[in-house]
Design a protein around this ligand. Structure first.
Ligand code: MRU
Length: 354
């Protein structure tokens, strides 16, 4: 698969010794601007405002963010306390994507080990190595998801996707878009239909942008066109990402995904979820137990600062919805493709790593 650099696609983040450079996705596709984050609150702010977004990407940004601005000459207990406080604030930045808490917890396990050792002089290097490891692990997972998922796309297949689960949402390559990139690079003349994804247009601004940068043929539609496009026999399969997959296979993803899944079932179109295993949360039994983030009404009442609704109108703005396992034909993780009984498949994939 082409690396980001070769496909002219900017990386979602770049870790440097004393800062994390985060691609400001709010400005895409018009501008490619990197924010310089030098302290944990800079990263928290970038996550809350969706400068960085997408489940794996916010986890990785938080992993690096935990390191930023720590005082190196504090006593061990005080430093641990500082880390605990930073970790809680990072985790609280967004509630739905489990990758955020998962990555921060992986970092905190190393922090606690370092604390037991009295924070030896090389602790920043060792902690940084853990963040780099998480980044590389995400990258390999995406490559594997791409390889496994590509075989699901028939030659010349027409794939519908929702939101952005591409390179911009992860370390590199993406989850839902990785199979598309692999199949495209292998010569499959596929075509992608991209849901615009209201209210924040991640499909239009980000997915269409990155598919075009990679040379993948695509067509942008507004969300309310999906039914027509499926009814008129223009879609062969759907692949979306996920923010959290519960133990029973229910999957939370960007608001609107549930509608796409219902439509796909109606029109007998296979519906797949692609995600790294770090998105699977076996401690959450069912989708209804997943906390759904609600965001500010102005995301619904305006576009780029221009009002599109009457002032003070009442608004409901959930950022995610939950697709029940019964509407999902398969889940692609780096550990394999799960079809049939999703809960059993997830449990089987977890076992060798327990
Ligand atoms: O609010 P966002 O843009 O962070 O939502 C992103 C999504 O819903 C993605 O589909 C999901 O995080 C998977 S990213 C590989």
């Amino acid at each position: 698969m082409m690396a980001n650099a070769e496909s002219m696609l900017p990386r979602s983040m770049m870790a440097e010794p004393d800062q994390l450079r985060i691609l400001d996705q709010r400005q895409l596709p018009s501008e490619t601007v990197y924010l310089s984050c030098r302290e944990t609150p800079d990263v928290i702010n970038a996550i809350k405002t969706l400068a960085v977004r997408g489940a794996p990407a916010i986890g990785l940004a938080a992993a690096y963010g935990l390191l930023l601005g720590r005082s190196e000459n504090l006593a061990a207990d005080a430093l641990l306390e500082e880390f605990e406080a930073a970790a809680s604030s990072l985790i609280a930045a967004r509630p739905t994507a489990v990758n955020l808490a998962w990555a921060v917890e992986a970092m905190m396990q190393v922090v606690r080990r370092l604390h037991r050792e009295g924070f030896p002089d090389d602790w920043p290097t060792r902690l940084r190595a853990e963040a780099d490891r998480l980044y590389q692990e995400d990258r390999s997972s995406c490559l594997e998801i791409g390889r496994l998922g590509a075989s699901l796309i028939p030659r010349g297949g027409r794939v519908l996707t929702h939101c952005n689960a591409g390179s911009l949402a992860v370390s590199e390559f993406g989850t839902a878009l990785a199979p598309i990139y692999v199949a495209h690079d292998a010569g499959n003349p596929l075509h992608v239909f991209v849901d615009e994804t209201r209210p924040l247009l991640q499909g239009a601004r980000l997915t269409a942008f990155e598919l075009m940068a990679h040379g993948v043929p695509c067509t942008l539609i507004t969300d309310n066109m999906a039914a027509h496009v499926m009814a008129s026999n223009r879609i062969d399969l759907v692949i979306v990402g996920a923010d959290r997959v519960a133990a029973n296979g229910d999957a939370a993803n960007k608001i609107g995904t549930l509608g796409v899944a219902v439509l796909a079932k109606h029109f007998h179109i296979p519906f797949y979820v692609a995600c790294p295993f770090s998105t699977v949360d076996l401690s959450t039994a069912r989708g209804e137990d997943i906390e759904i983030e609600e965001r500010h009404p102005n995301e619904v009442t305006s576009l780029y600062g221009t009002p599109t609704a009457p002032k003070n109108v009442q608004v409901f703005n959930p950022a995610f919805d939950v697709t029940p396992a019964s509407l999902i034909d398969g889940i692609i993780t780096e550990r394999g493709l799960i079809t049939g009984h999703l809960a059993e498949g997830l449990k089987r994939q977890a076992e060798p790593f327990a």
